[in-house]
Design a protein around this ligand. Structure first.
Ligand SMILES: Nc1ncnc2c1ncn2[C@@H]1O[C@H](COP(=O)(O)OP(=O)(O)O)[C@@H](O)[C@H]1O
Ligand SMILES: [Mg+2]
Length: 251
């Protein structure tokens, strides 16, 4: 369980403090995928930066499995918007990065897991390539592989599919859900796409305008539904989401 209590973040701008996020109160249950949606600038990236340990300057309490957030103790995977691959390492080395950092040996079980993930994402043949030699979709698949190979307690993704064209994005979303179904990694991802939130979020968290707070949490009945747009309930749910997100806009 990830528990967030009264989380607030401010940024210093000269002598002024800008209140960028919160207060956020949220409980993330293990083995679920949460989609976080809200207006631009409401603090979604800031929120992920706190949870991933990048931002340490915050108020409130965040605990993962009952312990205070500490990226050294807990395995937290983070896929940033630009995928976060190291340009000087090839695909294989990028995928094994977390294992290297943790000095983890590759036993037969882990080797099997790595093969499974790389096969599923169809990147085995790309192992020797460098990020600059990959398309956007391929980079995305490598980033997803790296995150699942790490087997994190919590996986965070910041608009992970937004840089991809429509067809590649749909393929990447399907592949992600496919692998996620195998490992059920607790995941929180940010999106600005209502369709993506409904397709990929088991729970959908809607945030208000800046400083973002949680406006509504929806148990999504349409998670992982094929031909989503043709589903009768889709129009109803997407209209509701759009209206709530709009209300959060500061006009
Ligand atoms: N490093 C920073 N310094 C000052 N202000 C920031 C910084 N990063 C973000 N902000 C401000 O904090 C607010 C939330 O930003 P962000 O978390 O990036 O929003 P989102 O990801 O929802 O678009 C915005 O008003 C943004 O301008
Ligand atoms: Mg952002």
């Amino acid at each position: 369980m990830l528990e967030i209590e009264e989380l607030s973040v401010g940024y210093r701008s000269g002598k002024k403090m800008i209140h960028a996020l919160g207060p956020i109160n949220l409980k993330i249950t293990p083995g679920d995928i949460y989609a976080l949606i809200g207006p631009s600038g409401c603090g979604k990236s800031t929120f992920l930066h706190v949870l991933s340990g990048i931002t340490k300057d915050y108020q409130g309490k965040v605990t993962l499995k009952g312990e205070g957030l500490d990226p050294k103790k807990q395995d937290i995977g983070f896929i940033p918007q630009n995928f976060g691959l190291l340009p000087w390492k090839n695909v294989q080395k990028n995928c094994r990065l977390s294992l290297k950092i943790k000095k983890q040996n590759i036993d037969p079980l882990l080797a099997e897991r790595m093969d499974y993930i790389m096969d599923k994402l169809n990147i085995r043949s790309l192992q020797d390539r460098y990020p600059r030699e990959l398309s956007g979709g391929q980079k995305q698949r490598v980033a997803i592989a790296r995150a699942f190979i790490m087997n994190p307690d919590l996986l965070l993704m910041d608009e992970p599919f937004s840089a991809l064209d429509a067809l590649t994005r749909e393929e990447a979303q399907e592949l992600f859900i496919d692998i996620w179904n195998q490992y059920k990694t607790t995941t929180l991802f940010v999106t600005h796409s209502i369709e993506e939130a409904i397709y990929m979020g088991k729970k959908i968290v809607i945030m208000s305008h800046c400083p973002g707070t949680v406006v509504e949490i929806i148990d999504n009945p349409l998670f992982n539904t094929e031909n989503l747009r043709e589903n009768e309930e889709y129009l109803k749910l997407s209209t509701h989401l759009r209206n709530v997100v709009k209300k959060g806009w500061k006009i």
